[in-house]
Each structure stands twice: as structure tokens, then as C-alpha cells.
Design a protein. Sequence first.
Length: 393
Amino acid sequence: MSEYPAGGPPPQIPATRAPAPRPQPTTLRQRLAELRGPTVAPHPLDARALAALAANPGCRRRALLDGAGVDKAGLATALGSPAAFGQSQFAFVRGNAFEARVKADGGTELLRLLLEHLGGGADSPSTAEVPDLAAAGPEGRAARTALALREATASGGWTLLDHPMLALEVAGSPAYLEPDAVVVHPDGTWTVVEIKSFPMIDSSADAAKVGAAARQSAVYVLALERTAAVTEGARVSHRILLVCPKDFSNLPTASVVDVRKQRAVTRRQLTRLTRVEDIAAALPEGTTFDPCRSPEELGSAVEAVPAAYAPECLAACELAFHCRAKARAEGAVESLGRSVRGELGGLTTVAGVLAAAAGKEGDPSDPTVAALRRAAALRAEALAGVTGGVPCH
């Protein structure tokens, strides 16, 4: 008798192969490491770099390079356009000496300035607690600072944190920031103190330098808010104390600066920076900023990322000279300044502007073109009067 049923042998079921393992998605940190170079440690971000990002939020090039931790100074040198800015040794020594004077005697003078400009109520003391913030490495110092902030807030007294270490997550990686000082008030308010060596003459200082200090302080405020969110009774003030030399002396004076606007801009830019993977995804395959690559390869990698150059970059970005040379070579109006770029509307090159002014290109109904042609006519008329007319007496 057959061992199979009347219907015949059962159908043979083919052996199934195990599905091939799906490739694991590349995380943002891995992608940034590939861009930086497999053996290159990330260049740490500081408050100055984050403030510069906020000052030029439209520059995708800087956002990507800073997010990946690329050493822009080394990259600029490899491209043949080394950065030529930075603080002189004399200014560095003078700044340290002034800061030491402000913080002398347990911060007595600093506390006096803070109480004078921000007030302290009936419980205004002449001194404050100054905890020891020493610890191993930036991670340890940041943890010690967070503990000191919680203890100071719970104590209900005045506390001065000298050079605390704050942590702020940037593009998935922690950035460690070190403000000059943070003062904890008895009511739980935390105030950032920024000490600068530029003078404050007649109670006012250079607007550009004050703006840079405000943007830098806004980064510290954002970092403090992360710790304050998990500290009962804590509140971070949006008014920072800027301490500078008075007039032409070495005596300290101070001013209160509201950094809410700078904080909002910086926070928005950091939010965009966390999506830096979108910028990286648009790059050609194999793009890398590894310093071991040739200058030609590095130049191609840099040019693959759009930049938003402006003359202000010369004081804030190591790649500014490289970007300026490219902007000038392309005749981009950005090299003339953001205000000029904004006034010219759809005209993006210097050659296009000159052609529109001469009547060779452009729509006459365009207000920008009409204004350029009117300005060119007035200039020609003025020059004709100077060269061919009789001088007026």
C-alpha cells in the first residue's frame, strides 16, 4: 500500500531563506564623524562659535562644519586662506588682569556692581558664597556646576560661581561652555555675568562689541535654562550684567543688557543645527573634510556646501577669507554687505547691477532697476558738470 494518500504525495514546500539583515540607519553622530574624518576628534564648540552661528543663521556651510566639529582654522590653512583674526597676547593679558580685579576679595566689587544695577532688596550682602567647582574633565566640571547651582538655589543666599562649566547639546553632541561668572540670588534667580576688556565710555560701549557679548551671553542663558528646568525654585534671568573698564581707566563699571532677542535667535539656529543631517544628505557621495585629503579635494568638499558670506564674517569665522575670495570671484553682491544685498532685490551679481544701471539689462518697471538708473543718471550729470562746467563761486 502506498504511504501517500489517494490524492498523491503532498506538495513540496520549498525551503525559505532567512531575510537578509537590513542595514542599520546611519546615525547623525556617525554621519558627522564621516564628514570630519574617521580618526579626527571633533573640534569643541564654544559660546563664541555658537554666537557667531546666530549672527549668520543662513550660512549652511558654517552650520555643517560646526555641527560636525570640523577644525575650520586647520581647514582654512589647508585651503590656502588662513584665518588672520584673533585676540592679541597683550589684549589677552589685559583682559585676564581686569577680570581678576573684578573678582578680587571673593567677588566683592562684582557683587556691588550687580546690586547697584539689578538691586538686591533688604538682604543685600557685601559678600557671597564662592563654591569650589574643580572636577576632572569638562563632564565632571559640568556635573559639579549643576550640583553647586542646585545647592545655592536651595540655600536661599547669595552665591557667586566663578567660571562654571555648562553643557548644551548641539547636533546630538554636548558642547561645554564656560561663562565668566554666574550669580545665584536668594530668590532663586540666576544671572550671567560677562566681563569684557573693551571700555565703557560715558556709560556706553561700542555697539558691535556689546552685540557680540549679548549673543555670547544668550548661549550661556540657554545652557543654564536646561539645568534650571530640573532645579526647584530656579529661574534664569534674561538680563545679564556686562562689566567693562570705566572710560579710560582700569576701574570696573557695568551695564544691564537684555538678551531675550539674542536668546530667541540662538535657540532657533541651534534647532536648525540639530537638523544638519538634511544639509549632509544633499552632499555628493564621499564628501569629507578629513585634513588628510588634498587641498583640491577639500576645496571641492567646501564648495559643495552653500555659504552666506558677509563682511561681518571676517571677525567671526575662520573660513571668511576663503569665502570672501570666492564671493569676489563670482561677483556676488554679498561681498558688499548685507544691507547692500537687501537693497538690490533680485540682482545678485555686481555685473548685473552695473548692467541694470547702464540700461543694458533689467526690467525698467522694477523699482530697484529704476533707482539704479536714476542714480547712474545723476552721477553722469554731476561728473559732466565737474569736468565741463564753470565752477560756482
